[in-house]
Design a binder for this molecule. Structure first.
Ligand code: UDX
Length: 437
């Protein structure tokens, strides 16, 4: 089928590239001229494993192209995905849908034939209804059919998530949109992928409810980890023990420094906002947001404690391993490092840091950090290492060399990468999350 993806961020680009690599004819459109120029010479603006190779192959096979021109992109297209950003409104918690509306207005202006317009961006529940009202008001005779089709792509694993989804959720408004989406996804349906065809509002809600539930699951295990530290239990054993219950499941039970990224923080805030506006508050989620914010700051306190408390920590140096919100991405949005590092600096601590992909973006976000070219350079002369993001690079490092480069063998592991017993035997003052020291 002929598919257009509007917006070349994570979602739009992955959508265009993956449908092209499945044999459809895809066009990725962006109003950012420089971005499209870069894509046209094979440059990917984001770090996403596997994306560049697939993109280059699809372009070479004539299945994928990039443009800034709506009329050209929409000519002959059967489906247009709106995959633009919906950032949190400045100073508020609502998701800003200005870019979605602008993309829809451009579609109305430039489409030339029957078209199914699919909202892939994460939008507040009711947005599809609003676009339908705009359509009926501004172009009642236009052969445009609306649908919702949320994405569940994890950064760093987006290609695999797209090609091997747990489920596909669609919310078509009429039979034309329903048929178009079924035809596009027939290959997945034939493979037995669960295909959830519901109302547009339910599809929008599924996206928010899924992210809210996952954020809650993470926050739950983080609080259990803190309690484990008090009562002498091991959160890894607890997570294993509860995760074997099929009703709970083993995923998203890894204790960490608090969730971050481009989705969970934004989407939880937006759902809380919708719930408050509708007079049906989701108090669990309000607590999740508060606990997660507090957690990031507690991580800084953990590092300060490991340096002997506030007085002793002043003037010391901490090596930060990992700045991105998780491994295999260059994304720093709402990363725990953004809360932890300034809190340490405020306590008079000097920061050296290394991240395999995040340092270019980090240069604009942090002040007074000595960025280092390798993890070993980062620990040179530091008084403590704090592992914030579990890049595989860190797990593979020779810890004896790290210890020799440090002033003191102090290690704060905010991702439970290393084994506490082995670390203690290796002479480390090692602290992790929810495990006996
Ligand atoms: C998430 C959802 O997984 C995806 O379906 C949605 O469409 C977009 O948001 P993403 O933000 O890329 O994807 O990352 P994810 O792997 O879900 O991790 C989110 C955050 O939770 C990260 O900060 C991660 O470190 C943290 N996390 C995740 C934990 O702390 N513990 C876990 O067990 C899992």
């Amino acid at each position: 089928m002929k598919v257009v993806a509007i917006g070349t961020g994570y979602v739009g680009l992955v959508t265009g590239v993956c449908y092209a690599s499945l044999g459809h004819e895809a066009v990725c459109l962006d109003i950012d001229v420089a971005k499209v120029a870069a894509l046209n010479v094979g440059q990917v603006p984001i770090y996403e494993p596997g994306l560049k190779d697939r993109m280059v192959q699809a372009v070479a096979r004539g299945k994928l192209r990039f443009t800034t021109d709506y009329a050209e992109a929409l000519a002959g297209a059967e489906i247009a995905f709106i995959a633009v950003g919906t950032p949190t409104e400045e100073g508020g918690s609502k998701a800003n849908t200005t870019f979605v509306e602008a993309a829809f207005a451009s579609i109305l202006e430039h489409h030339s034939g029957p078209l199914t317009v699919v909202v892939k961006s994460t939008v507040p529940i009711g947005t599809n209804d609003r676009l339908q009202a705009i359509l009926e008001q501004q172009a009642p005779d236009a052969p445009i059919h609306l649908a919702s089709n949320p994405e569940f792509l994890r950064e760093g694993a987006a290609i695999d998530d797209f090609l091997n989804p747990d489920r596909i959720v669609v919310g078509p408004r009429d039979s034309t949109a329903s048929q178009a989406l079924r035809m596009l996804n027939q290959g997945f349906i034939d493979r037995g992928v669960a295909y959830v065809d519901v109302s547009a509002s339910s599809a929008e809600m599924i996206k928010y409810a899924a992210n809210a539930f996952l954020a809650t699951k993470i926050t739950f295990i983080n609080e259990v980890a803190s309690l484990c530290e008090r009562v002498g239990a091991d959160v890894e054993d607890v997570a294993h023990g509860i995760g074997l219950d099929q009703r709970i499941g083993p995923d998203f039970l890894a204790a960490g420094p608090g969730y971050g990224g481009s989705c969970f923080p934004k989407d939880t805030l937006a759902l809380v906002d919708t719930a408050q506006v509708e007079g049906s508050p989701v108090r669990i989620l309000e607590a999740v947001i508060d606990v997660n914010e507090a957690r990031k700051k507690e991580m800084a306190e953990k590092v300060i404690d490991s340096l002997g408390g506030v007085e002793r920590a002043r003037g010391k140096t901490v090596a930060i391993w990992g700045l991105t919100f998780k491994p295999n991405t260059d994304d720093l949005r709402d990363s725990p490092s953004i809360a932890i590092i300034p809190a340490l600096q405020q306590a008079g601590i000097h920061i050296r840091a290394f991240d395999p992909q995040g340092m270019a973006g980090a240069a604009d976000l942090f002040e007074n950090i000595a960025f280092q070219p390798t993890p070993l350079d980062a620990v040179q002369g530091a008084d403590c290492v704090c592992l914030v993001t579990h890049w595989s690079d860190f797990a593979e490092i020779d810890l004896e060399t790290v210890k020799a480069a440090l002033n003191t063998p102090c290690f704060v592991d905010l991702r439970n990468v290393f084994d506490p017993q082995a670390m203690a035997e290796g002479g480390w003052d090692y602290r992790s999350l929810g495990r006996p020291t």
